[in-house]
Design a protein around this ligand. Structure first.
Ligand code: 2AM
Ligand code: CA
Length: 264
């Protein structure tokens, strides 16, 4: 019997994970919240969603590699890795702020080829497959065509500790503010920030020091929606560095030109 297509498996798994999140958010006030670090939270829901999503994928593709925020890296000598963030935006989730997502990326030889991001609260499902375009709830999406920093609305994230690029972050913020950019938002889920760039809700997004599970799915969705993704020096090494800038091609070039001289 042939296996279901990779994207279909990612979609089924995202639906299952998202249903669990939708259920869990109703009892968020009684959750046992644990800390991985001073500002890094995990809940029993993160772990449960990770388990059920990987369990579903492994029904069809058990021989692949699996990288999850909570369970770490399972290496099975495959060139294909499923990269999962069971809740992207855990801090929002814990605080009852309805903006978080399940994010499932699939990388082949380290390059994202499939991305699925599900926002259970708004019932919005973003997905893409390399070469096949990007969709939101089955409708084709494209990045915005904003060409000017002055009218652009950017999403961004604030790094979590002093050693995590806080100086560079302040410089990027100052540079864009000095350039009189349109507006800046800090929404709290990098996966959804990228999905919003892909769907034209945000014109651009940047953040430092993310993990591959935060951005693997979102980056392929932006690329397939006609946008461009790099690190802040315009290198394509963003998945490894975790420093990311996404926008349409014209805006991306303008922002990189402005930011480059402020970054080492
Ligand atoms: P998370 O909710 O899965 O942790 C928001 O700026 C982004 O930063 C989110 O994608 C969030 O992912 C991530 N993030 C939140 N807390 C973090 C921490 N302590 N260290 C690194 N990344 C974090
Ligand atoms: Ca997470």
């Amino acid at each position: 019997m042939s296996k279901p297509a990779l994207l279909n498996v990612a979609l089924i798994a995202a639906n299952i994970g998202s249903a669990e999140l939708e259920f869990a958010v109703k009892k968020v006030h009684v959750l046992d919240v644990m800390k991985k670090g001073p500002t890094d939270y995990v809940t029993e829901v993160d772990r449960k969603v990770e388990d059920i999503v990987f369990e579903e994928i492994k029904k069809y593709y058990p021989e692949d590699n699996f990288l999850g925020e909570e369970s770490g890296h399972e290496v099975n000598n495959s060139d294909t890795t499923w990269v999962l963030d069971p809740i992207d935006g855990t801090t929002n989730f814990i605080h009852g702020i309805p903006h978080f997502s399940v994010s499932i990326g699939l990388c082949k030889d380290g390059v994202p080829i499939i991305g699925v991001i599900y926002d259970p609260f708004k019932n919005e499902l973003f997905c893409a497959e390399k070469g096949k375009g990007a969709l939101m709830n089955e409708k084709r999406i494209r990045v915005a065509n904003c060409n000017s920093i002055n009218s652009a609305v950017f999403g961004m994230g604030i790094p979590y500790s002093k050693k995590n690029h806080s100086g560079e972050y302040i410089e990027t913020l100052r540079t864009l503010m000095d350039s009189r950019c349109g507006s800046i938002r800090r929404l709290g889920s990098a996966a959804l920030d990228l999905a919003y760039v892909a769907s034209g809700r945000l014109d651009g997004f940047w953040e430092f020091n993310l993990n591959s599970w935060d951005i693997a799915a979102g980056s392929i969705i932006v690329l397939e929606a006609g946008g461009w993704v790099s690190d802040l020096q315009n290198s394509e090494d963003y998945l490894r560095s975790g420093n990311i800038l996404a926008a349409n091609l014209n805006l991306h070039k303008d922002v990189v030109d402005k930011l480059r001289k402020h970054l080492v």
